[in-house]
Design a protein around this ligand. Sequence first.
Ligand code: PMV
Length: 333
Amino acid sequence: MSGAAKEAARALTAGRGGGAGAGVGRAYAPANIALVKYWGKRDEALNLPVTDSLSVSLGELGSRVELRRGEGERDRVWLNGAELGAETRFVRRAAAWLDLVRPEGWVFEMRAENTVPTAAGFASSASGFAALAKAADGLFGWGLEAGELSVLARLGSGSAARSLWDGFVRWRAGEREDGMDSRGEPLAERWEELRVGAVTVCGAEKPVGSREGMRRTVETCAFYREWPGVVARDLARLEGAIRARDLQALGETAEGNALAMHALMAATRPAIVYALPGTVEAMRKVWAARAEGVGVWLTMDAGPNVKLLFEAREEQAVRGWFGDSLRVVRPWG
Ligand code: PMV
């Protein structure tokens, strides 16, 4: 990773803790789904976003990470019990983040368990880097606050800045060049009845990664300049909806924002389309269910899978529409 990222990690961790006193660091972090999306970086090295974004956590869907000092020449990484090859994308990304905090002469052993399908738009990189930052904090005994861990996690993946908390989190874009003010902030509101449904259309790796997709969109989409205005308006609506516990306003805002992001992608050259036939089928099912009076809305990230937003009292009805393909979670665990 870049010198700027290393500098940021050093600024947060230098002089903190007493080395690897704990011997092992263990942590869990929930995945999150943005209701108002992050799409576009103002700084690629530090993953600094063009706009704020606001997410809700996926509770029990997330990542568990165990981190300790290893032996030998190189880092060793296990995912869901199986050791991964050094050349896999997962290991290269993990090792690049570990380089930011690596003491002289160290290699690491990292064991990750994901309860979300990796790289299918379920934001496993968000929970993975948030859990890794927390595990490193445990291992080295830095004693960093969640907001500081959010900055460290962001260096691995932007959306990881929002995975340090349960519930609603607003990621402030910040203004500083070093990104120290670009971090997540939990909202005080709890909305116990809110449910997120995950419809898995396809678990395979996505064709265009979010980094490349964002770069291409910012450079070539003729309407990208409209995006910050869309986000500002949607953030204001969404925060109002959360305060008022107004599911319809929350759903309409989240669904509209996600589709606006996918419209930007479609207007990018070459176009980026993550939807598969099953994605469109799921979208149409949501609209059909709503036409019959079910209070359910959808959102989608950079992948083919669809997430549903509804309240507990609609769970039976939503399950009736989506059957076994649906996984339902509570944002507050
Ligand atoms: O954190 P990244 O680089 O994987 O980007 C995430 C982008 C979206 O999931 C599409 C939107 C978001 O805000 O999470």
